[in-house]
Design a protein. Sequence first.
Length: 87
Amino acid sequence: MSHDFELEAGQQMTLSVYTRCKTGASAELLRSDGGSMMTKIDFVGDEENEPYSRTIGAVVGPGSFTVKLKLMSEPGVFLVLGTTGAN
């Protein structure tokens, strides 16, 4: 599963990933326009069927970006939340 997004010059976005997958998940943030990986995080929940989240970090534009998400087991659901602000 992946999600693409673009930021204009001066825009900033903080990305957070939410899931209930107890066995864990990983998230990668890549620059789509250059192909380089910016960060990768692995995370695991504490309690069964309890939602948990990890903040990937702040991304600053301009540029095109991709968030790639992978579950350590199936099934699972993600919510990716991006909050924006101007520099």
